[in-house]
Design a protein around this ligand. Sequence first.
Ligand SMILES: Cc1cc2nc3c(=O)[nH]c(=O)nc-3n(C[C@H](O)[C@H](O)[C@H](O)COP(=O)(O)O)c2cc1C
Length: 294
Amino acid sequence: MSFIDFFRRHPNTIDEAFIESPMRDNWYQASSYYPSPFALITTVDENGDTNIGPYQLTFPFEVIKGRSFMLCSRQNSNTDRHLKRTQVCALNYVEYDKKWLKKIVDLGYPGQATADKMKDSPFTLIDSPSPGREADGKRFPKILKEAFQVYECVVDVAQPVRDDGNTPEYFVLRIEKILMKETWAKNLANGATRLPNVPLAYGFRDGARFWFAQHKKPFWFPTPTDRGPKEESVLYEANRLDPDVRFTREACKQLTSIPKPFIKTALKGIIKRAKEDGVSEVDIDYVKKLNDER
Ligand SMILES: Cc1cc2nc3c(=O)[nH]c(=O)nc-3n(C[C@H](O)[C@H](O)[C@H](O)COP(=O)(O)O)c2cc1C
């Protein structure tokens, strides 16, 4: 039986027994399969030039109220050194393009100075549109024109790196601004009918290959309406509409009788009224007050 025939006949491994995978250094890629998006991190080098470093180990860390990212880097990478010096970076995300991926692997080859590796970069460096974050040749890096989104971050010095010369460096990066191409920002604001074609990194294997994958057309399932507390979806929707007006859980319980198609409009109406009244937290008493008025 050929190798291809074998996999055609065995499309999955569900019935196989588990065996142990040896714990190797860089276990996430050497002892397991861990696909994830990756960021192209721009920082400023010692000469004031922007450096691009690809990093897969970048994860959302604080997600409610705090907005931060965790980054793990090998010791003494350009990004690691630049972050310690400038404490500023931008995480650039690009869509799938096989030509770019080949160049991204080159940008990820350890030990290259910024000037050397950037000669071969396929990306266009531009100033950030954020006031005060224009590239200044000292701290603020350029961003990638080709990116569909960029997180502009500073190192959170209140949550310092464990610098024991042993573990990879990890940084808590506070997100100051999320930049996005207009199409994607509008898509997100309108409930998202499409998703960007984000390439996935499967990591470095056999000392010789860096694996990537492309996902197929995204699809969605409706979130369940018959499980958990009824107010959960109202609470989620209510607290993402306007950062200046928060809803309490009790207030949202009061709103669960509104039919789903009308909930967003109702919430927007409450937010508008709360702002007129100078109310920043919509609680149950405020909802009752509005109901009584009606
Ligand atoms: C797609 C991709 C993802 C990578 N992810 C990481 C990572 O999460 N952490 C890390 O230390 N190195 C990672 N590497 C290797 C770094 O890119 C490499 O250390 C490189 O030297 C970093 O660039 P810099 O020195 O300019 O910061 C990755 C490489 C590639 C190609």
